[in-house]
Design a protein around this ligand. Structure first.
Ligand code: E4P
Length: 219
């Protein structure tokens, strides 16, 4: 499973990229707004921090303007993936950009029917939002299961399932069990994944016993 980081905070992204576990980044207009910075500058800088795909979202809602925005974003760096919303104009833009060789991430997916359309439009990634579905009392992970099953039934579909709106490590584990290709993690969720109290307790005991030996591996 690939890990993308869901953030436009350069400090966080540099810090997490240092772990060697980060395969890409996703942003959206809300994350760009939170960064307080110019979108084009931020995307360019993020693209230099990771070698994998960096999703940059269009903000227009009509096809012609989305296409122009997508082409401009794609020129920022070779690893930009243009993000478009799952609307008729968004999917038309997805098809056009994909035909030009640009990777497209179709976002705001909340149903399997929408995911089928995105695959037909040539999306490189489909982003189903698990957390926001859970928030309204619908099982977000059931949607991931449906999409993984449908895509697996058609080997010609190359669209990767990118689990978005992840809120906690259990979302990541459940998505991995279903074979989802990618999860985009808020920085705190990646950090939480390291944690287990038995790891801390076990390490403290090993170190206490080691200290008693008076040895040092490096001499
Ligand atoms: C990423 O591509 C999505 O925009 C993001 O995961 C949405 O997460 P949220 O529901 O926590 O805003």
């Amino acid at each position: 499973m690939k890990f993308f980081i869901d953030s436009a905070d350069l400090k966080e992204l540099r810090d997490l990229a240092d772990t060697g576990l980060v395969d890409g980044v996703t942003t959206n207009p809300s994350l760009i707004a939170k960064s307080g910075r110019n979108m084009l500058d931020v995307i360019k800088e993020i693209c230099a921090v990771v070698t994998g795909p960096v999703s940059a979202e269009v903000t227009a809602t009509d096809h012609a303007t989305m296409l122009a925005e997508g082409r401009k974003l794609a020129k920022l760096a070779p690893n930009v993936a243009v993000k478009v919303p799952l609307t008729p104009d968004g999917l038309k833009t997805c098809k056009a950009l994909s035909n030009e060789g640009t990777k497209v991430n179709v976002t705001l997916c909340f149903s399997a029917a929408q995911a089928i359309l995105a695959a037909k439009a040539g999306a490189a990634f489909i982003s189903p939002f698990v957390g926001r579905l859970d928030d309204v009392g619908t099982d977000g992970m059931a949607l991931i299961a449906d999409i993984c099953r449908i895509y697996a039934a058609y080997p010609a579909i190359k669209t990767e399932v990118l689990v978005a709106s992840v809120r906690h490590p259990i979302h990541v584990v459940e998505a991995a069990k279903l074979g989802a290709h990618v999860a985009t993690l808020p920085p705190n969720v990646l950090r939480q994944m390291y944690n287990h109290p038995l790891t801390d307790k076990g390490l403290a005991a090993f170190l206490a016993d080691w200290q008693k030996t008076g040895q040092s591996i490096l001499g």
